[in-house]
Design a protein around this ligand. Structure first.
Ligand code: DWN
Ligand code: ZN
Length: 419
């Protein structure tokens, strides 16, 4: 049961999004934030956008960490500016993921592979290159159109049981269903997984990647908390979630991508399959990391507050030494970081991003201009705050020239570091 707040687009989560329990322990309050990916066009610069409370809580019953307030997904995902294909790290990850899925599932020429939240079709193209029949489901109209134009058949809608039924009727059941960075975004994850169960053929495989709560906590990645991310999954919580939808986890493999993710392989619960032995080790790691207890998670909240103080101090020190700062990567997480740490246009001259959809816009809340890499070359700062710290190696390789001319990167997490 979710109670509406005064702002109609935002609701308080007073019952767990997975199990319905009201035994919810507050963990961290990050204040009020504008929507992290809703970048502002210059003509709207003087109009204040809505801000919504941003915080997380732990369901003490099923152990799901989830937002304290959720925002209507249509406000965030009907049109979207983020495309992962700007990163070669992501492109390489897609190739590896496609190889892994093909090795796990016997995909014949007629087998159907469905991707939920298929964005611009980058991952599906990797499967197409391997001769697989694919279908994407993507709610952002602008991005679904891009995928279709590029030859990746894509349905423009949210994935739910109705979508699953429609696909089954028209295309038949799926041999494989893939979802990367989707499940954490949905307010009703059980319903989405029931759709997966409905669409999956007997013997079929569901492969899901979501950011890992363990990595979030261990590396103080507080900035990956924003309204798009409704849930922060541990393997503990995922087990119950899958079971409620009639799925069983048979493998779980940690991934380095996006600051640490978990690749999960699940099958229909009515199918015989032996769970991989490393599942036990991963559950034990979560216990040790303190991600399944409110005490462990409150320690993370305290580290987050200390990180904010250290980052603010690092910025003030650089400014006092006459150093000029800009930032790299107009990321969603960057907007959490800027707002929570109180960094403004007075602190950060501009943010570089190579996604043309983001260039020319301003960051929500803080109104920092987003510019192309050409701008960086023309007007380099002394220090670049790395808001896309998850892609540090790729970005620093590209910007070797910046380093050679004496520029430095300020990497904010797991703790501020100048390099
Ligand atoms: O779940 C989500 C994750 C997976 O992706 C979404 N809710 C939103 C998004 O989060 P993010 O914005 O924090 O993602 P990234 O992948 O860290 O964004 C990287 C940004 O940096 C992109 O805007 C592209 C940009 N970039 C760049 O300008 N030059 C990236 C690279 C590699 C570069 O060389
Ligand atoms: Zn719960």
């Amino acid at each position: 049961m979710i109670t509406p707040l005064a702002a109609p687009a935002c609701r308080v989560v007073d019952a767990c999004l997975v199990c319905g329990s009201r035994d919810l322990a507050p963990l961290l309050d990050l204040g009020e934030h504008a929507l992290a990916n809703n970048l502002v066009t210059p003509d709207a610069a003087d109009t204040a956008e809505p801000r919504y409370p941003l915080g997380i809580q732990l369901c003490q019953s099923c152990l799901l960490v989830q937002l304290t307030h959720i925002v209507d997904p249509a406000l965030m995902f009907s049109s979207y500016l983020y495309v992962p294909s700007t990163s070669t790290t992501w492109l390489a990850h897609c190739e590896e993921l496609a190889d892994d899925v093909c090795a796990r599932a016997e995909l014949g020429p007629d087998s159907l592979l469905v991707e939920i939240g298929s964005n611009d079709g980058t991952l599906l193209r990797a499967f197409q290159r391997r001769g697989v029949r694919v279908l994407g489901v993507e709610p952002a109209t602008n991005i679904a159109a891009e995928a279709n134009a590029a030859g990746v058949p894509t349905l423009n809608r949210f994935f739910d049981e109705a979508t699953a039924e429609a696909i089954r009727q028209e295309h038949g059941p799926a041999r494989v269903i893939v979802a990367t960075n989707v499940l954490a975004h949905v307010p009703a994850p059980v319903r989405v997984l029931c759709g997966v169960r409905l669409l999956l053929q007997p013997g079929g495989v569901f492969v899901n990647e979501s950011p890992s709560l363990c990595d979030l906590v261990e590396h103080t990645e507080f900035d990956t908390i924003y309204h798009e991310h409704v849930s922060y999954f541990s393997l503990h919580a995922l087990r119950l979630l899958c079971a409620l939808a009639g799925l069983r986890i048979v493998d779980a493999v940690p991934q380095a991508i996006h600051g640490g993710s978990l690749r999960l392989v699940a099958v229909r619960a009515d199918q015989p399959w032996t769970p991989a032995p490393q599942i036990g080790a991963l559950l034990a790691r979560e216990q040790a990391a303190g991600v399944v207890s409110s005490a462990g998670l409150r320690a993370f909240a305290e580290r987050t507050a200390r990180l904010r103080e250290r980052l603010q101090a690092a910025v003030r020190e650089l400014q006092a030494a006459g150093q000029r700062l800009a930032a790299y990567g107009a990321t969603a997480k960057g907007n959490t970081l800027l707002a929570y740490c109180g960094l403004s246009r007075d602190d950060i001259a501009y943010i570089v991003d190579r996604n043309p959809l983001k260039q020319g816009r301003l960051t929500p809340g803080t109104r920092i201009p987003i510019v192309s890499p050409d701008h960086l070359a023309a007007d380099p700062p002394d220090v670049l705050l790395l808001l896309a710290w998850n892609l540090a190696d790729e970005i620093r390789n590209q910007l070797a020239w910046f380093h050679e001319r004496g520029g430095h990167f300020l990497v904010p997490v797991p703790e501020p570091r100048l390099c």
